[in-house]
Design a protein. Structure first.
Ligand SMILES: Cc1ncc(COP(=O)(O)O)c(C=O)c1O
Length: 410
């Protein structure tokens, strides 16, 4: 009962998922997508755990790449989103691979690489139908030729992305893949060295085997979830994260009493209302107001009233014995009942991706290996319990808080 609200991240499950994915996609290798703090799981911690099993990491921003290097990650790191010309120097400082989408950026990268005297690797995304980033299919041969001719640059990979690899009909994705491979053939025939090609995200990695190519760019599947709720779970894959809280108050309200901001819920009977110390500031969407359910004592209890920044209320009237400090499951399992992140996402009218990525910084992350606790990270850094010799005066310390009286207060 150490934290009001926390997530548990099972590193064993995560590593088993990675092994299962590698087994399924072999001989392709895994590019593990750890952008957005590894979908809320903690990018540095998960990348270090994954490093022996994956070929490369994918991030979205320069700083996400630097974070991994600072944590000691040595494998190649590809920045999947376009970066600014002004970021070229730092990209090289930290040995990151960029996705080159404009000539301006390519020129700056080339100049920076030439000054250093060592080639800068990069990838190019070809837009075969995603309608987001990358160079157009029609313009790709000329773009690749112009960029490849710049001094100091080394084309390491060419890739494309599917907007619908989670849809029932995979026809559009197959057509994208066909055109992408045709382009790769054409470039190779023209003498351009394209060492690696990749296309598949999680949906395509499991549903479109011909799209696995050299690397699969896997995010959500590694974290144990399917890209879309309606898809059959992939055998052997389990959710890595569960989210929990503790009821901090249980109140008795008479019929007619109202709950929370805006008075959107009125008790129709004498009610027991539980207060859960998690709100939209923790990542619990305001759209769950009067809508979602949580688990208490292995039973689903309705959220009543509006979700607030820090606190959410549930109706416990039908849960005999529910009391203050009971565990609350926000997503995960309890007493044989499971409420998945996908269900919470549906109640929040969003994707499971958003539920994970919007987890607040203040939610404590408890990393586990099976039953053993491996590490606890908090808003103020890693938490450790220091037991002095003799066992007297046990102290809790946080890695980002100065030790020995560095914090002054009155
Ligand atoms: C370019 C690219 N590749 C791969 C992924 C990973 O997708 P998923 O989490 O569905 O595997 C993403 C994530 O959004 C992406 O933007």
């Amino acid at each position: 009962m150490r934290f009001p609200t926390w997530v548990e991240i099972d590193l064993d499950v995560f590593e088993q998922n990675l092994a299962r994915i590698q087994q399924a996609v072999d001989p392709a290798r895994v590019l593990l997508v750890v952008k957005a703090d590894a979908y809320g799981h903690g990018a540095a911690r998960l990348a270090l755990a994954a490093e022996p099993r994956v070929a490369m990491f994918g991030v979205a921003t320069l700083h996400e790449g630097i974070e991994l290097r600072a944590a000691g990650v040595t494998r190649p790191i590809l920045i999947l989103s376009p970066t600014l010309p002004v970021e070229a120097e730092e990209i090289l400082d930290y040995g990151l691979l960029s996705s080159v989408d404009t000539l301006e950026f390519a020129q700056r990268l080339s100049e920076a690489a030439a000054r250093r005297g060592s080639p800068a690797g990069f990838h190019i995304e070809v837009d075969t139908g995603m309608g987001r980033t990358g160079v157009s299919e029609a313009g790709a041969p000329e773009f690749v030729a112009r960029v490849a001719a710049l001094p100091g640059l080394r084309l390491d990979g060419l890739y494309t992305h599917f907007p619908e690899s989670d849809a029932p009909d995979l026809g559009g994705s197959r057509e994208q893949l066909r055109r992408f491979l045709q382009l790769v053939e054409r470039l190779r025939a023209a003498g351009v060295a394209v060492p690696r090609v990749h296309a598949a995200n999680s949906g395509a990695a499991v549903r479109l085997p011909e799209a696995r190519l050299d690397l699969v760019r896997t995010g959500i599947l590694a974290y144990g979830l399917m890209p879309r709720t309606e898809l059959e779970p992939f055998p052997g894959i389990r959710p890595v994260m569960s989210m929990k809280s503790r009821m901090v108050q249980v109140r008795e309200f008479p019929a007619g009493a109202t709950v929370s901001y805006g008075r959107t819920f009125t008790c129709k009977r004498p009610s027991r209302i539980g207060v859960v110390p998690a709100g939209y500031g923790h990542g619990l969407s305001w759209l769950l107001s009067n809508h979602g359910t949580l688990l208490v004592r292995g039973r689903r209890v309705p959220i009543v009233g509006t979700v607030t920044m820090d606190l959410t209320m549930v109706d416990l009237t039908d849960v005999p014995g529910a009391q203050v400090y009971d565990e609350v499951v926000i997503f995960g399992s309890q007493g044989g009942e499971t409420l998945g992140a996908a269900e919470l996402a549906a109640g929040s009218r969003t994707l499971v991706y958003e539920v994970l990525c919007t987890l607040g910084k203040r939610v404590v992350r408890v990393y586990r290996r099976g039953a053993e606790e491996d590490q606890v990270t908090t808003l103020v850094g890693e938490r450790s319990v220091v037991t002095p010799p003799g066992g007297e005066g046990v102290r809790v310390e946080y890695s980002r808080v100065p030790r020995g009286g560095g914090v002054r207060f009155r």
